[in-house]
Design a protein around this ligand. Sequence first.
Ligand code: PHB
Length: 383
Amino acid sequence: MAAAVAMGAFATPAFAQEVVKIGLIQPMTGPSASTGKQAEAGAKLWMQLHGDTVAGKKIQLIVKDDTGAPDVTKRIAQELVVNDKVNVLMGFGLTPLALAVAPIATQAKIPEIVTSAATAIITEQSPFIVRTSFTLPQATVPMAQWAAKNGIKKVVTLVSDYGPGIDAEKAFKEAFSANGGEVVSELRVPLRNPDFAPFLQRVKDAGPDAVFVFVPSGFGSAFMKQFAERGLTQAGIKLIATGDVTDDDLLNEMGDAALGVVNTHHYSASHNSPENKEFVEAFKKANNFRPNFMAVGAYDGMQLVYKALDKTKGNADGQALIDAMKGLSWTSPRGPVQIDPETRDIIQNIYVRKVEKVNGELYNQEFATIEMVKDPVKAAKKK
Ligand code: PHB
């Protein structure tokens, strides 16, 4: 009898269930609320355009607000696993939020799809983590190489003082030095309620050719305002950045101070491809605002789940899904992408862009492409 009951329990695994549940956890309130807004819109657009059934399974998306606090993210993830029995956890607008869920993904043996956070080490924290966002070193190395090749010799770096900022600082210095440039000062600004003014004064005093900046999505306009007020441009100091600073969600509000800023990233709303044109048009129609890279990360997170379920013929077992995800490739609105089968990071093009006015609106206009870039930190470890 006991054996029969146990057998029965084993005979109804996730595989047999008709509904596949995806728990999307993002900051919908607080300073990173723009990330949650964009990610939710991106995930829902995927379902609007591709339906809510795949390989015979009904897809259910459950959206939760973690307010950007890691203890809340962790509690919500636990509740989604234990009470809602989700098959996939997705989202994570900041690095500490993604890290907080890693042990839960490992224990529950279900995929944690990181659609937003971008510190390199995240995917190493659980064999169940897969990433559809990017890594800061991936986006930064091309910026350092471009700067060194375009007459910039002395740089001050200025980054938010936590995981992705420190990744950007290190990656910039290494790649810039290797190409003959010199980082003369490295400044770290608190993540919360940053006052950039004293740091920008130090940049001005150091008198470099350029300042390289990383702040996370949602913080770029506060930075840009103070950058313009401090008169760095007038002092002959160029601004170079990762595309997090000139994020499409805020770029239009930044005004002319942002014009001409050269930056590197994996997605621009003005990326010239049929897939992106379709994506941007449908996104704007559904939301009345422009998509940024957080929207694309979540859209591709959903796309990854659909593709994996297709491959497993509807088997939603966590290990089966992770195995199916490794090596998958598709054409994203950002361009061609592949899930690195070894690291579970995303391999993608990084574009060099310049902020320009197009039909009265500011866009990151891509002018050079570095094709299919892997996370350089993990690539270097392997050597
Ligand atoms: C992160 O916390 O990992 C993060 C958040 C926003 C970004 C980039 C990285 O734009």
